[in-house]
Design a protein around this ligand. Structure first.
Ligand SMILES: [Zn+2]
Length: 386
């Protein structure tokens, strides 16, 4: 706790320091590479590497295709591993881009971490400026596809007979596309991302029904599924589970599960953005999801953008001399306790929601209001002054 408070203070004082090492490698397959594509790829990689900590290079394989018949602008097929050294949770598939970081070694020597099909039939805009209204921003687009390879990846599948499964996608379902790496066996093992998906106000999707049943098929196709990440993801979304895409009818490869709901704008992994739009930066909840599944996040980003959500908390006056009022929009049953701590992390007062607290007896200086809930903590700075 003490370390976290110190970090918070430093960030407020000095701001975020961006990483400069992208740590991505790209292999591009295609006879014609559009001008500007490579620099846009590198820009996207740079942007992702500002958020996630990369110690093992992430190996991206790109297939450039140009086919008006393909129903996609891009499609990512992810490599995965389970039960590796340092795997946080066994019997779930981790994307190799993440598994390699966790294992601190290259588990998939000779294989790429992800294959990204890019359909050049799409009118892409390659640049860092504002795309015209009839073009798709390539940086936003490829950050989205890389995001799938980082972990927004489900092994949920519903076959043409409405039979649903996790970890049971036959290679034939990918046809006419193929992977550069061996396709995972049909071992009924879900991805680590799948572990956290719940049916609205109900159970986890994994285990809600037997694998290879139409009941599971209906659940995968259900229109209100959520990513419920109790440790980190929900706290990046005001304490609520994060709504996933659903009901678009594109469910056969789990597509409805591995995107955020279309209403979630300013996010990379939703389809709120389109022609003429740019995002170019993951939303807080997307970082929360990546952290939930095991990614180490740039600590500056974590503290500054996730742990502190000022919209949910009101403190006034601040700075304060004797009495300050505290109010949080969190439901009262969600709050376990609210404590005032000094910069050493010592508790100096207990705070009640929607109430005044007297700090006239405390020394002038910086304090922290710590809000504890079953799922997460929030920290806000309070200045005691004259
Ligand atoms: Zn996608």
């Amino acid at each position: 706790m003490k370390k976290q408070l110190l970090a918070l203070f430093i960030i407020i004082t000095f701001g975020i320091e961006a990483q400069t090492n992208t740590s991505f490698t790209f292999n591009i397959n295609g006879s014609t590479v559009p001008a500007g594509l490579v620099s846009s790829l590198n820009e996207a990689a740079q942007r992702w590497s500002n958020y996630i900590l990369i110690t093992e290079p992430i190996k991206v394989n790109i297939f450039l295709v140009n086919n008006s018949q393909y129903p996609f602008s891009g499609l990512t097929l992810g490599n995965g591993r389970k039960n590796f050294t340092n795997a946080p949770i066994n019997n779930y598939i981790y994307p190799t881009s993440l598994a390699n970081q966790l294992a601190a070694s290259e588990l998939n020597v000779g294989e790429y971490d992800m294959d990204i099909y890019v359909n050049l039939y799409t009118p892409f805009y390659y640049g860092t400026g504002t795309p015209p209204n009839n073009k798709m921003d390539f940086i936003t687009f490829i950050m989205h596809e890389i995001g799938h390879g980082l972990g927004f990846y489900s092994d949920g599948y519903v076959n043409p007979n409405n039979i649903g499964s996790f970890g049971n996608i036959p290679a034939s379902a990918l046809s006419p596309l193929t992977t550069s790496f061996p396709w995972r066996g049909q071992d009924s093992v879900p991805t680590i991302y799948d572990k956290y998906i719940i049916k609205e106000s109900q159970s986890n999707l994994v285990g809600i029904a037997a694998n290879n049943t139409s009941t599971l098929g209906d659940s995968i196709k259900f229109t209100s599924n959520y990513f419920d990440g109790p440790a980190f993801a929900n706290s990046s979304n005001g304490g609520q589970a994060i709504k996933l895409s659903g009901g678009t009818g594109v469910f056969s490869l789990g597509v409805d599960l591995l995107h955020l709901h279309n209403s979630v704008c300013n996010s990379i992994m939703s389809y709120c953005w389109g022609l003429g739009d740019t995002v170019r930066k993951p939303a807080n909840m997307e970082i929360g999801i990546l952290k939930e599944i095991g990614w180490n996040i740039n600590p500056a980003i974590t503290i500054n953008e996730i742990a502190v959500n000022e919209n949910m908390i009101n403190i006034y006056p601040n700075p304060s001399h004797d009495l300050f009022f505290f109010n949080s929009s969190l439901a009262s049953e969600k709050i376990k306790s609210i404590e005032l701590k000094n910069i050493l992390g010592e508790k100096v007062a207990v705070i009640n929601n929607n109430s005044f607290t007297d700090i006239s007896h405390l020394a002038n200086g910086i304090y922290f209001i710590c809000v504890y809930t079953p799922d997460f903590q929030k920290v806000e700075k309070l200045i005691k002054g004259n």
